[in-house]
Design a protein around this ligand. Sequence first.
Ligand code: ADP
Ligand code: F6P
Length: 320
Amino acid sequence: MKRIAVLTSGGDAPGMNAAIRAVVRAGIAMGLEVMGIRRGYSGLIDGDIVNLDARSVSDIIHRGGTMLYTARCPEFKTQEGINKAVETCKRFGIEGIVVVGGDGSFRGARDLSLKGIPCVGVPGTIDNDISSTEYTIGFDTAMNTAMEMVDKLRDTAQSHERCSVVEVMGRHAGYLALHTGIACGAVSVLVPEVEFDLDKDVIEKIREIKKTGKKHFIVIVAEGVGGVEKIAEHIEQATGIESRATILGHVQRGGSPTVRDRVMASQFGYHAVELLNKGIGNRVVTYVNNRIGDEDIFEALQMKKIFDVEEYEMATAISI
Ligand code: ADP
Ligand code: F6P
């Protein structure tokens, strides 16, 4: 392989820039030319592609977002769209692509691979919801952002002796919610993976803990559960504790990446280029048992992520 390209796709995540930088610099170090595809698969369809050298990725390791922009591209899911993308690769002499994104983006990479363009997926999403890997770029930064925000909400909840019900992102997954809940000492964490009874698991618990002298409460609700306004109203009516609902939203996607995200992104990006440089495509980079590795892209997309119920039970046990 002589020329490879990198794109970011789906929701942006802090650390994507560090991954782009690693891909570009690893490629150059291995004697490859590296191109940047802008706006994910849209740029691949439209030929919105730039040359990247070592200097074009200077001064981005500490920045959130993605210098290549990102997009959700419905056209890429059509035969016509994918054929256009393959044409673009031929026109630009692109022989392999590093796709940084979530499992939707990996499905696109799988389809491109089937058309003869070797792709390597790098897990990048704040949701940490990719089955083949224990870590995805952006998760740590998003958790830290959510934690800081909830700490601020705690100050006002404490002053007013209120209950603060906070929705955190995660799409259909509860990992961001669980870890934010543990880190912020939430009385309850509601996630889509674990069934709950609002009256028994939240209201009753708050009533019992109130008897021990606790006067303010944090409830973390995953986006996949939703309904924070209704939950807050119900808590207020049932317990008499004034309650407020907050949806943290896209603030969780921004900001300077943490050490963990910069380092993981650098390692993931480097590993992806190592694979392409050896002529190996159709893989996704993984982090399993504290080791960077890779997995067949087709198999990776078949895997199912198991929610850590023991960790959830631990969180429930210590929030009394
Ligand atoms: P993420 O990568 O964060 O999961 P999305 O699910 O929005 O984000 O996917 C990002 C893009 O990947 C989509 O806009 C589309 O271009 C491509 N994609 C998603 N799902 C598929 C699919 N099943 N087949 C082909 N391409 C897909
Ligand atoms: O996948 C990242 C994520 O932020 C999810 O947590 C959330 O459900 C979704 O993207 C929001 O997407 P959008 O940027 O389209 O609002």
